[in-house]
Structure formats: C-alpha cells, structure tokens
Design a protein around this ligand. Structure first.
Ligand code: ADP
Length: 768
C-alpha cells in the first residue's frame, strides 16, 4: 500500500523506483521508511524541477523524472544507488559539499565545472545547485535535497562570445605583415583552450605550398588535409580538428586548423563558433593583405618618384653642357651680324635661353623635392631688383595691351637674388599670360619684419577648386585660359619651392572673372651695402621675355616671284612664326601668318590659301578646332591642312588625321622636310583642283551635247542626272554605246561624242 503511495507516477522514473528492491539498499524496505523520508519523497517525485534526494549515511538516491537528463546513461543504475558510486568521477568535488550539508549547513554552488561521464565520454559540464539538509525531529540530518540546474550551454556561449570579442579587437598596425596578424589571432585563441585546445595557421605561398606561420598547443593534422582545404576551398572536418580555408574575395590565402575539445560533443553551437572564428581570422588576414598591398604600392610610388627626381637632375645636368655651348657662341654671333641673319640668330639665342630656363626650373624643382634647394643670400636692393625684373616683362605687357605698374618701397635685404628674380619673373609673366584686358600690378613692401610681394592681375582668375592645385608640379588648369596657352605647369610649383627656400611662403587669392593676386611673404633679413644683380638675372629676364612675347599677327609677306601659291601659317610663338615665314617665303611662296585660330579663319575668307600650316597648341581655339571649322565649311572643305605639333607619338597623329588633317609635322622639324611636304600638298591640291575643274567641264559639255540629240540624247541626259554620273562615267558609257554595231543608238552616241569632243575643245582654257 505504502509503496504504491510513494512512487505513483507512470513514467519510467517512477516505474524504476517502484521496481527496485529497496531491501537490498541501506534504506531497507519502503514499509520501514521513517515519516521524514516518506514526506521528502512525496515532495521530490511530483516536482517539475530536477530534484534528487540523498538519504541516510550512504546518500542513497531517489530522484524525479525531471532529473533524468542530468543522469544520461547513469539511469537506471542511479535509482537507489549510493551517491559516491553514481558520481564516482566527480565525488572528490562533491563529497565535501555533501559533508557540509550532512552537518546541517545548506550549500550553494554556481557554475561549478564537473567532468561527468554520462554519455560514454568524459564531458565538460557546468552546474548551479544547492544541497539542503533534511532535518529529523531530534535535530539530526537524515538526508539532503539536491536542486540543480544545468548551465553548461550558458557558460560555453559566454566563453565563446568572449573569445570572438577578443578576436574582434585584434587590430592591424601599419607595419603588420599577414604572418603577424595570424600570430596575434592565435594568441587570442590560445586564451580559450577549453574550446580550442590547439590552433595552427598556414599561409598559402606563391609557389603553391602552405607555410605554417603561427601555432599554439599540440595537434597533428596531415599535410594532405591542409592542402585539400587550400585547394578546394572547403572546410575539412576530422574527429579531433576542423581544417578551414581562409578566403578573401578571390582566393584562399591561408588555412586555419582548430583542434576540438575531446570534452565536448561537436554540436551545432560548437560548429557555429568554429565557423565564426574562421571567418574572423580570414577577415583579419584579408585586411593584412590589403595593407601589405597598399604599403607595397606606396613604396613603389615613392621609389618611382625618387627615380623620376634622379632622372630630372641627371638629364638637366646633361642638357646644360650643350646649352652652354650653344648660348655663348650664339650670343657672340648675334652681335656680329646685321639684317635678316641677325634676326634669325637672335631668335635662336632667345630659344636657347628659354631652354636653359626650363632646364633650370626642372633642376630646381627636383632639388626642392629632395630638400636640396639652398639660398645664397647677398645684400640686395630689393626694390631695384624687383623693378628690374618687372621691366623685363614690359615689352610683353605692352604688346598685349596691358598696363603694367610697379610700386616698390626701398628695401635693402639679404636675399638670394636669383631666387627672388625667378619668383618675380614667374608671377609677372603668368599674370601677363593669363590676362586679356586690364592691368598687372606689382607691389613690394615691408611689414613686421617681413617682405611682402604682391602680383595682382585682372585676368581670368582661378576657379576655387584649382587654387590649391596650381602650386602642384606640372598642374595646369584645364580650359580656355589654361593649357592652350602652353607652359609646363612648373612655374608656380617653383615659386612655392623658392619662397619656401627663402623661409617664406606664397598665397593666392583669386576670383574667377575678376583676377588673381599672388602674395609672397618672406622674413626680412637686414643688410647694408647692396651688390648689383648679376648677368644671370638679365639672361633670366631674356628667357622669360622670349617666351611670353605676344605680337599682333604678322602681316602677309609677299614673295619675290609671281607664283600665286599662298600658305596660311598659324603659330603663336613669335620667334618660330618669324622663322617659318622666312623659311617659306624663301621658297617663293606667299605666306599669310597669324598667331591664333580666329584671325586665321578671317584670313581664309578674305584671301583663300592653298595649304594651311597650323600649330596644334594655340591660345583660345586650338589647331584641331581650326581644322574642324575648315572641314565643316563646304567651300573650304578641300583646303589642305598640315598640322604642326610638339607632341610626337602615334596617338596624336591618329587624332589629327582622323579629324581630316592632310599631313602632320612634329616639332622640332627638319626645315627641308617641312618644305618638301608643303610642296607635295601644293602639287596635290593643284592636281586635285584641275581634275575637279575638268570633271565639271566634261559634265557641262556632255549635258549640252545630249540635250540637242532628240529622244535618246534626252534619255542619256536623264540617266546622267538620276544616276549622278559625272562627266567621266558618262563619257565611258557613250564610248561603249558607240562601239555597238549599227543601231540607232550607236549613231546617236557617235554624234553626241563628236559634239562633246568639239565642245570640250572650245571650252578648254588656252593652256590646254
Ligand atoms: P604654366 O604657366 O607653365 O602652365 P604655372 O605653374 O606657372 O604653369 O601655372 C599653373 C597654372 O595655373 C597655369 O596653367 C594656369 O592655368 C594657372 N595660372 C597661373 N597663374 C595664373 C594667373 N595669374 N591667372 C590665372 N591663372 C593662372
């Protein structure tokens, strides 16, 4: 009766308790159980909370159905078993707690780690539980209530999250290589031994093998498996390890081997953790590779920049010797000559000076880049030097119709004269070059220990987005006011470098459409007796003046002979234009010269040239635009156009030819070749015009001939018109008709032909 009353449930747990021979345990038969035990059993059994009751000195076990998962395969042996037997593998940890409870004190343990054997292997588990003594009336302790919660899942997920979090905090410093990053990741993972008892990272090398770069703990995975993961990009699962490929967008860059805990089943949660670790390490590695690539690129770029600088320096030096050999004798020869020869030599001298200046600029820019631009200060009358430089640009300003004014306070200062002169010359010549109307104003003053030079113009201005960049080397503002005016884009970079070398800086204030002001501020270093500016400065000025000279279009020059061949020349560089005029008129041709495309177009309409010889780079509309205008005009479409360009290379040739240029001559050119080409085009164009004129005449004559020959003639005429036959085709047709035997058609054709031939003879010009 009583037994039935204690284990009444119909689940297997109650059944097992019912079925046990309790007499064989130290509790004795159920009938003999004390009332405390009975009431304890009645509390435990129906509860939905996992509960275990230990009773008597042997701690004999009674538990409810909710407790079953805690036991695993310890059930059914656990029913009525002694606690120390059931939990033998952890009894060392539990016994002291049980003893405490038996002595009357309740215990509470939180997240206690226990390695239990309940599924055939030793398993890492965590428990939060309490032992509560069951007191008897006499104050003794007869048993222990055990209430327990399995917190394994919670503890594991906290631990894994923590490890992922730390992995997420691994950052890549600029100097880190991919191998460094792998080592850092392995270090973090080594802190989570329970989940990752061992780890290895391999990097895939160029030669196809995998290089072990970081490792922690002991694990043995055959190389074959690692290779397989690398080659297939698929994760390999072994019973003690996971071998995961580390992939970035395009390729497998490494392989991660993670040892698995023998104390945990590889369930979904564990697999999820391993996946996340592999993904995180792959991402880190991807970042490291990206960094490495970026670093390599930066190194390559700076190496390239250094090489470019070395090249500039070497080439500039190489240029200087031949230039010196050119300049000195040219200068002397100019003095000795008169007339046209003097003009030619003077232009050559100016060109050499200009080349020299460009070479100097390049050299200085290269020097500034490698911090080797050193000022050599001398006591200087700064006002005089500045005024001198400005005056060297006066002719250019006058030629361009600009007012050029300078107002300079008297200042004597220690300064590198050449540097200062180049700053002034660059700024003033730029101001003149980029200003179409108005004035260029130069002021020099001293304030608070500083010398301030301002060059203001009323020109096109510089768009806000370009204002910082105009000081960059080789930068030129795109657009009508920029590139088409020539130049190298070095000037302002040099002004900035030179101002820096003098201990100061240059600033720009500009509004598009209103003008620009460049202000150079340098420290004032007082000095007493000034030394006069040297000859170098005069040469410098000449180099600038030679470059920037803008002149009104050269009037046409009539050749000595009466040949009617007329060449329209468009070239903005005054010296080169003058030289070409001399060269071409020397051939007996008439040359019409202009400095820009607009003027050239006007002239084409007033005096039709035979060929047009035009520079590609021109101020305003360039040579290609001029070519487009000519080709777009029916009247002028057949005009031969020869382009003159400074840019060599197949690409620009193709550009010009595609736009319909007849020929292309690259500067510097051989004068004989240029003349030969112009001659060829003159001949070609003469021939073409003759052919066309003859064709027109034939067509006309034929029309008259057929019109007077009745029906068949009319039919011929209609055919001519509808089929758009030109004279030649119609003539051929007639000939073939006249050769047919004896038809009416044949006779008519012969007549038409006869008329046609006669007609041609009477309309032909006297020369034929
Ligand atoms: P370059 O004159 O040889 O092209 P610079 O370095 O002297 O080279 O000038 C760079 C660019 O800045 C020029 O191409 C031009 O577009 C612009 N620039 C320079 N000075 C002026 C100015 N005074 N007004 C308008 N634009 C200017």
């Amino acid at each position: 009766m009583a037994r039935v009353g204690l284990f009444t449930g119909d689940e297997e747990t109650s059944a097992a308790h019912r079925g046990l021979d309790w007499g064989s345990t130290s509790l004795g038969p159920v009938e003999s159980w004390p009332v405390e035990l009975r009431s304890a059993v009645r509390t435990v059994m129906p509860s939905q909370i996992p509960m275990l009751l230990w009773w008597g000195p042997d701690l004999v076990q009674i538990f409810n159905h909710a407790y079953m998962p805690v036991l695993g395969d310890k059930f059914p042996a656990a029913v009525g078993q002694r606690g120390s037997e059931c939990w033998a593998e952890v009894w060392d940890e539990l016994a002291p707690l049980a003893d405490r409870a038996l002595s009357g004190c309740a215990t509470y343990s939180e997240k206690l780690r226990l390695l239990l054997r309940r599924h055939g292997y030793l398993e890492e588990t965590y428990w939060t539980f309490s032992y509560s003594p069951v007191h008897t009336d006499d104050g003794g302790v007869a048993g222990i209530f055990v209430a327990t919660t399995d917190v394994t899942a919670q503890v594991l997920s906290e631990r894994r999250l923590e490890s992922l979090h730390r992995l997420g905090m691994v950052t890549i410093a600029e100097a880190d290589t991919p191998a460094d990053v792998c080592r850092a990741a392995v270090e973090v993972l080594a802190n989570n031994r329970p989940d990752v008892p061992a780890v290895k990272v391999y990097l895939c090398e160029q030669d196809g093998h995998e290089d072990l770069v970081a490792t922690s703990g002991e694990i043995d995975v055959p190389d074959e498996i690692v290779r397989q993961a690398a080659e297939t990009g698929r994760t390999q699962y072994l019973d003690h390890a996971v071998v995961a490929p580390l992939q970035d967008a395009s390729a497998v860059t490494g392989v991660l081997v993670l040892g698995l805990s023998p104390l945990r089943a590889f369930d979904d949660l564990y697999a999820g953790y391993v996946d996340l670790v592999a993904a995180k390490v792959a991402a880190l590695l991807g970042d490291a590779h990206a960094y490495a690539a970026e670093r390599a690129r930066a190194e390559a770029l700076s190496e390239l920049a250094a090489a470019k600088n070395r090249f500039f320096q070497n080439i500039s030096h190489e240029f200087r010797t031949p230039l010196t050999l050119l300049l000195a004798p040219l200068g002397a020869l100019v003095e000795d000559e008169t007339g046209e020869r003097r003009e030619t030599l003077a232009a050559a001298h100016r060109a050499a000076l200009r080349l020299n200046r460009l070479v100097d600029d390049l050299l200085d820019v290269a020097r500034a880049e490698s911090d080797r631009l050193h000022a050599r200060p001398e006591p200087t009358d700064l006002a005089e030097l500045t005024e001198g430089c400005v005056s060297m640009c006066r002719a250019t300003a006058d030629g361009a119709g600009l007012a050029l004014t300078v107002s300079a306070e008297p200042i004597t200062a220690a300064i590198d004269q050449e540097m200062w002169a180049r700053i002034v010359l660059n700024l003033v010549s730029n101001a003149i070059k980029f200003t179409d109307h108005g004035a260029v104003t130069v002021t020099l003053r001293r304030t608070d220990g500083q010398v301030v030079l301002a060059v203001a113009d009323t020109g096109a201005g510089i768009p806000p987005g370009e204002q910082d960049r105009v000081f960059d080397r080789f930068h030129q503002v795109e657009g009508p006011a920029g590139r088409s005016r020539g130049g190298t884009g070095i000037g302002l970079a040099l002004v900035a470098d030179l101002s820096g070398a003098l201990g100061g800086q240059v600033e720009l204030h500009s509004r598009t459409g209103e003008g620009s002001t460049f202000t150079v501020t340098i420290p004032y270093v007082p000095a007493d007796v000034p030394v006069p500016a040297g000859e170098r400065i005069a040469d410098l000025g000449a180099a600038f003046a030679g470059e920037e000279r803008r002149q009104e279009p050269v009037a046409s020059r009539r050749s000595r002979t009466e040949d009617e061949r007329r060449i329209l020349l468009v070239e903005d560089n005054a010296d080169l234009r003058a030289y070409l005029v001399r060269l071409l008129t020397g051939q007996g041709w008439t040359v019409d010269a202009s400095a820009d495309a607009e003027t050239a177009l006007d002239r084409v309409h007033t005096a039709r040239p035979d060929p047009v010889l035009t520079d590609v780079m021109l101020p305003g509309r360039d040579g290609l635009a001029l070519l487009g205008d000519l080709r777009g005009d029916q009247e002028l479409a057949r005009l031969p156009v020869i382009l003159l360009t400074a840019r060599a290379g197949a690409e620009s040739t193709v550009d010009g030819l595609r736009l319909g240029a007849d020929d292309y001559v690259v500067k510097p050119f051989d004068p004989a070749e240029l003349i030969a080409r112009v001659r060829v085009h003159l001949e070609l164009s003469r021939f073409r015009e003759t052919l066309i004129a003859r064709g027109e005449r034939q067509t006309e004559t034929l029309r008259t001939a057929v019109a007077t020959r009745g029906e068949i003639g009319k039919a011929m005429g209609i055919l001519m018109v509808t089929r758009r036959w030109d004279g030649d085709t119609a003539f051929q047709h007639l000939v073939s008709l006249s050769q047919r035997s004896n038809t009416k058609l044949h006779r008519v054709a012969e007549d038409v032909l006869a008329d046609f031939t006669r007609g041609l003879e009477t309309t032909a010009p006297g020369a034929r």
